[in-house]
Design a protein around this ligand. Structure first.
Ligand SMILES: [Zn+2]
Length: 317
């Protein structure tokens, strides 16, 4: 089957580069470490690394479109306007930088969670669902919104920053400057924080006895204990699931969706969090009995979702 497009996903630690065929299968891939050097212009070091990887996979062939998924607020013109997890890329004009490396090749840049949403819509868990929200749970929370079968990008391209919906104005500080953003509760960082709080408050006595110091309890410790059936750990997971459902209820009120796809790096915890969120969602949604059911499902694509979705996006635009 002929190659369709190349996709690139720039993460905080690694850059995934791959080629997909028309069915969405990955036919070739390579990986690089993400450079974190501040350059003038911004993003130049990252663009060089991407260019090297593309040279490895494509040689000098510029016929395939290339999609780039980037971790932050992307303008319609392909500028990474704000990237809290990739500060060296703040202000980087990735479309311009990549064109300078590979003249003649077509580049399409988008937010990484938007790319993951495209992958799920075209070939994953959201196929046939024109109104859905992609939620990527990692250290933070990313989002991709689909309405009427179209990715919602907003005026500047910044729509879908769902991790920074404020769900508790008196809550913990977020790196974005606000307090009580959704991602402080329902992401990997949220699991870790709620776990530590529960441990310090004496709600995880068995885990504290095993690990020794309540301050040293990590999110993974709670997830692992919950998987083994520990009631005290399951209570923390249930709390995180409640916060997850709260954000989904807000998104439902705004977007009128029938499906939420949960992806991202927190997949192991997601198998526990998704049932917990399902238990709480119905009681939180306005007029639940008058709506079609809202399904919360896991993503089809794993850690390659961003790169695969970027490739689909490039092929479709
Ligand atoms: Zn925030």
């Amino acid at each position: 089957m002929p190659a369709l497009a190349a996709g690139v996903d720039v993460g905080g630690t690694k850059i995934e580069v791959l080629i997909i065929d028309e069915s969405g299968q990955v036919v070739e891939r390579t990986r690089r470490a993400t450079p974190h050097v501040v350059t003038t212009p911004p993003g130049a070091a990252t663009a060089s690394v991407i260019s090297e990887a593309l040279l490895e996979l494509l040689g000098d062939d510029t016929s395939l479109p290339v999609g780039l998924g980037l971790p932050g607020m992307m303008t319609h013109d392909g500028v990474l306007a704000y990237a809290p997890n990739l500060p060296s890329g703040n202000g980087a004009d990735f479309t311009g930088l990549m064109r300078a490396h590979r003249p003649g090749q077509r580049f399409v840049c988008a937010n990484d969670a938007d790319c993951a949403a495209v992958a799920e819509y075209v070939a994953g868990s959201a196929q046939g669902h024109d109104d859905f929200v992609m939620v990527t749970l990692g250290t933070g929370i990313g989002g991709g919104l689909f309405s009427h079968g179209q990715l919602v990008r907003g005026r500047s391209g910044f729509a879908g920053e769902i991790g920074h919906m404020v769900v508790d104005p008196r809550g913990p500080r977020c790196p974005c400057g606000n307090r009580g953003c959704w991602e402080r509760f329902a992401s990997g960082a949220g699991v870790a924080r709620l776990a530590r709080e529960a441990a310090i408050a004496g709600r995880l006595p068995m885990l504290v006895e095993e690990i020794g110091d309540p301050e040293a309890i990590r999110g993974e410790d709670v997830t692992r204990a919950a998987e083994l059936g520990s009631a005290e750990a399951l209570a923390v997971v249930e709390e995180v699931g409640w916060w997850l459902a709260l954000g989904i209820a807000n998104l439902t009120a705004i977007m009128d969706i029938d499906r939420v796809v949960i992806g991202g790096g927190l997949t192991q915890a997601a198998s526990l969090l998704i049932p917990a969120a399902r238990r709480h969602l119905e009681g939180m949604v306005e007029g639940a009995e008058a709506r079609p059911p809202i399904e919360i499902v896991s993503a089809h694509f794993g850690e390659q979702a961003g790169a695969i979705g970027a490739a689909f996006l490039a092929a479709r635009s």
